[in-house]
Design a protein around this ligand. Structure first.
Ligand SMILES: [Zn+2]
Length: 462
């Protein structure tokens, strides 16, 4: 099936054709690891994980190379380590591990490559030196800067003109740069800060150069797709393009994709508003990672997404309905996808249409309706296969349905099991007063019992 993607660079939805279908390359800007990831930070890794899964389905698991970096050196990290009285590496190692655990809980597959900036400083130095040698970058006491005047195309991704850019805000400590929108490739060493030796003076890399260098090392260029949050279009991605395309004389990426903003209860998320929601906290509050993932995918990736308790409750109810359908089909053996005519056609079509997860989710819901109404064993088997295989592409519904509901109740699950078993005994003994009393007791705990031919199972009450 043909995949269509909206390219920020051309502002159009285009048929996606990788340069080499046997080697499809994707790069997404990763986190700066100095604190817990907020839920807005989780949107790009989840969105691009769905793209990664779709590309793997289309071109083959081994044909897709996906790199997502860790920024493990920058001003915020240095400040946070200083405040914590901890070595920088201890801080970044800790939050890198937390980030990986959070992403695991959200069902995000590990990318093929996860390069860390500090492991690639040599590559960045070589790239900066090349730009200096070409006359596109210059050395001054505060560091090395890219000269925006050297790049005629500068501003093409964000659609900003050179005049608009000249009005750019001044950055503290960069008084000696020549042009107002020139940006730092290298920051001269300061006392108490980590620094690396370089032919143009001791210092540390700027942020933008790390992605340009790591893309080249991990994937080569041009890459097929470069992704990230919409907030990265300017200046980060604009600067990545300027550096890489000036140095290499060809495109950095053929398709640029950006996901929309995430707000909290209609407001911008910020520490000062006190509405800063971390993935870590949401998991600690008992929300299942899959529920967070569903909520993040409930809107089209390019649209803004408003995060709220309601959104989470809806996501949980939708997943419960799907897991409820799978629970009912517990004893049904799935069939081979090849044996199903038009297997997942509409569902995959929705994802191929610029990753329309909202429409894919609606298709999934329709599949659950078919599953719930199925009497014929063939239709049941097909419905189960389609639900599980569609879930795989979205990164959901891979849990055992009983475990899904048990996990939601934590320690209470065993107590519920005992009550359900007691109720089965009471029913066998035709003691309906006891069986009804237990059913009511379970209902008060938010549990619904489902009696079937192979025994009684339970789920969270809708
Ligand atoms: Zn980047």
């Amino acid at each position: 099936m043909q995949i269509y993607l909206t390219n920020t660079l051309t502002r159009r939805k285009e048929a996606f054709e990788p340069a080499d279908p046997k080697r499809v390359t994707l790069y997404v800007c990763g986190p700066t690891v100095y604190n817990y990831a907020h839920i807005g930070n989780a949107r790009p890794p989840v969105v691009f994980d769905v793209l990664f899964r779709l590309l793997r389905r289309q071109y083959g698991v081994d044909a897709v190379l996906y790199a997502r970096n860790y920024t493990d050196i920058d001003d915020k990290i240095i400040k946070a380590a200083h405040e914590a009285g901890a070595p920088i590496e201890a801080l970044t190692d800790k939050f890198r591990a937390i980030y990986e655990a959070d992403m695991g809980a959200l069902g995000v597959l590990p990318p093929t490559f996860s390069p860390r900036a500090t492991s690639h400083v040599g590559d960045m130095i070589a790239l900066i030196q090349k730009l200096i040698d070409m006359g596109a970058a210059y050395v001054v006491p505060s560091g090395v800067y890219f000269s925006v005047a050297a790049d005629e195309d500068y501003g093409k991704l964000s659609g900003r003109s050179q005049d608009e850019l000249k009005a750019g805000a001044r950055v503290e400590g960069e008084d000696d740069k020549r042009g107002p929108s020139d940006f730092a490739l290298w920051k001269a060493a300061k006392p108490g800060e980590p620094a690396w030796d370089a032919p143009f003076g001791r210092g540390r890399p700027g942020w933008h150069i790390e992605c340009s260098a790591m893309i080249e090392t991990a994937l080569g260029s041009p890459i097929d797709i470069h992704g990230g949050g919409i907030d990265l279009v300017f200046p980060h991605h604009e600067n990545e393009i300027a550096q890489s395309e000036t140095a290499h004389g060809h495109k950095l990426a053929r398709v640029w994709m950006h996901n929309g903003f995430l707000s909290i209860d209609q407001e911008k998320m910020s520490k000062s508003l006190g509405n800063f929601v971390t993935v870590h906290d949401l998991l600690a509050q008992g929300w299942q990672g899959e529920t967070l993932r569903w909520a993040l995918l409930s809107a089209h990736y390019r649209a803004p997404l408003d995060w709220s308790e309601d959104l989470l409750a809806q996501a949980q109810a939708s997943l419960d309905r799907l897991y409820g359908a799978l629970l009912r089909l517990k004893d049904v053996a799935p069939v081979l996808p090849d044996d199903i005519p038009g297997f997942l056609g509409d569902f995959v079509n929705a994802l191929c249409d610029d990753l329309n997860t909202a429409r894919a989710i609606a298709e999934l819901s329709a599949l659950a309706t078919v599953a719930n109404g199925a009497k014929d064993p063939t239709i049941k088997a097909r419905a189960k296969t389609e639900l599980v295989e569609a879930g795989k592409l979205l990164g959901i519904l891979q849990d055992d349905p009983e475990h899904w509901f048990r996990a939601a109740f934590g320690d209470k699950a065993v107590e519920i099991d005992v009550l359900v078993a007691e109720r089965v005994e009471a029913r066998k003994a035709k003691d309906f007063a006891t069986s009804d009393r237990i059913r009511d007791q379970l209902a008060a705990m938010g549990v619904e019992v489902m009696d079937g031919p192979s025994g009684s199972t339970w789920r969270r009450k809708g």
